[in-house]
Design a binder for this molecule. Sequence first.
Ligand SMILES: CC(C)(COP(=O)(O)OP(=O)(O)OC[C@H]1O[C@@H](n2cnc3c(N)ncnc32)[C@H](O)[C@@H]1OP(=O)(O)O)[C@@H](O)C(=O)NCCC(=O)NCCS
Length: 149
Amino acid sequence: MTIRDALLSDAAAIARLTGELGYVANAQAISDRLSKIIGNPDHLMIVASFKEEIVGWLQAHASEVLESGFRVEIVGLIVDGNARRLGTGRSLVQRAEQWASAINASAVVVRSNTVREESHLFYPAIGFIHSKTQAVYRKQLKETDSKSA
Ligand SMILES: CC(C)(COP(=O)(O)OP(=O)(O)OC[C@H]1O[C@@H](n2cnc3c(N)ncnc32)[C@H](O)[C@@H]1OP(=O)(O)O)[C@@H](O)C(=O)NCCC(=O)NCCS
């Protein structure tokens, strides 16, 4: 299994995995977003590949937060349902931690929907501490072709 930076040509595979999580996103929409993310120094966009197949992806974003300082947030992480419990998620997060350290971030944070039971077993197992529980509010400003299922 190899961890590498995502390429625009990974869009279809990333869209397929994203669909597994209940987000409707077509390859074109993912490709359009990837083109804005790849090369942006505030973002890390990586994939895990096994025998040329994309089996997972992670997006992380670095930002200066007034209350808590410069930190990295994992904003997306998915491992193929057929490739779980093989260490892929751990390897993707380790790469994000290395990036966070390299850019001098003080912490790596992640928010995860309470319905994703496996992620609430995963993050503590790899050293993350459950620090708070939040509600997420959203106001839709325009229609997009992606929405949470
Ligand atoms: C959460 C997720 C990314 C984990 O990926 P993964 O590649 O299966 O995780 P790993 O194999 O690296 O697991 C590392 C450790 O986490 C724990 N863990 C992971 N999944 C677990 C599960 N379903 N049940 C219990 N423990 C689990 C284990 O301790 C595991 O180590 P072990 O297999 O040696 O016991 C994957 O299940 C996933 O994509 N889920 C759907 C999307 C999601 O919830 N994303 C996170 C939201 S931000």
